[in-house]
Design a binder for this molecule. Structure first.
Ligand code: F6R
Length: 242
């Protein structure tokens, strides 16, 4: 695991965007694995700015997102589909039909298997962008999740629902389940870029950086099993790694 320490959220976003941009320029038909949440917002902003100023093109890029809330229509403003449109897809030249998210309205086993098959049919993920939950979740693989699963339905923990209530207005409105790429899916990516910012991630980052084996009680520790992981985190997030 390579760890890059940066001063703040802005520097983290710039560095992460630079890595994604380099890949897009080097491999114009790359498959990007994308994340939602607060952490990558600045990264998407940087990518949009770069697209507008330098013309970096996403015409042949394909993207697959980590997760989607169960029971939420893509048209719902709180869906991750809506998030991706708002923060990224609507501002770059990525054609419709080249971005994919799990379907929150079809949580059947078949639909989950189809999502993994889709990723395989695209040639697999070249670069997977990840955030990290305070409890160490990646995607929505909560503590106790199997570390080998493909895409599946998960029950969200109360801590995750609380952390995400900021988008919904009230905790009651936060879905109780989500569809997520499993750790098995995530580990198949050729490269993983995990970004983290702020003191509230310090505990999780401390555990991740010190982890030397995969332990399902702390899902992000599965990243110790991957050969090409880069973590870009700010000083506050890295404050418990020493
Ligand atoms: C989002 C995702 C989650 C988030 C994590 C951190 O697609 O899969 O694992 O990365 O919950 O969220 P933020 O960035 O809002 O702190």
């Amino acid at each position: 695991m390579k760890i890059v320490s940066v001063t703040d959220n802005q520097e983290m976003s710039k560095k992460a965007a630079e890595i994604i941009r380099e890949l897009v320029l080097r491999k114009p038909d790359a498959v990007l694995g994308l994340a939602t949440g607060g952490t990558p917002e600045g990264t998407y902003q940087q990518l949009v700015k770069d697209h507008q100023e330098n013309g970096t093109s996403y015409r042949s890029i394909r993207t697959v997102n980590l997760d989607e809330y169960a029971g939420i229509d893509p048209k719902d403003p709180n869906s991750y589909y809506a998030y991706m449109k708002q923060h990224f897809f609507d501002h770059v030249d990525l054609p419709d039909g080249q971005y994919f998210l799990p379907n929150g309205l079809d949580t059947s086993k078949e639909a989950c298997m189809r999502y993994d098959a889709l990723i395989d049919s695209l040639g697999g993920v070249d670069l997977q962008l990840l955030g990290i939950g305070r409890n160490g979740h990646i995607g929505f693989n909560e503590p106790g999740s199997s570390l080998t699963l493909g895409t599946h339905v998960v029950k969200l923990t109360e801590s995750t629902r609380h952390a995400n209530a900021r988008y919904f207005g009230s905790i009651e409105d936060v879905p109780t389940e989500a569809v997520t790429m499993g750790i098995g899916t995530i580990l198949k990516s050729r490269k993983i870029l995990l970004i983290a910012s702020g003191e509230e991630k310090a505990d999780a980052l401390g555990k991740l950086v010190l982890a030397n084996r995969a332990d399902s009680r702390f899902p992000a520790s599965a990243l110790t099993q991957h050969k090409n992981v880069i973590i870009i985190a700010d000083e506050a997030a890295l404050s418990q790694t020493k």
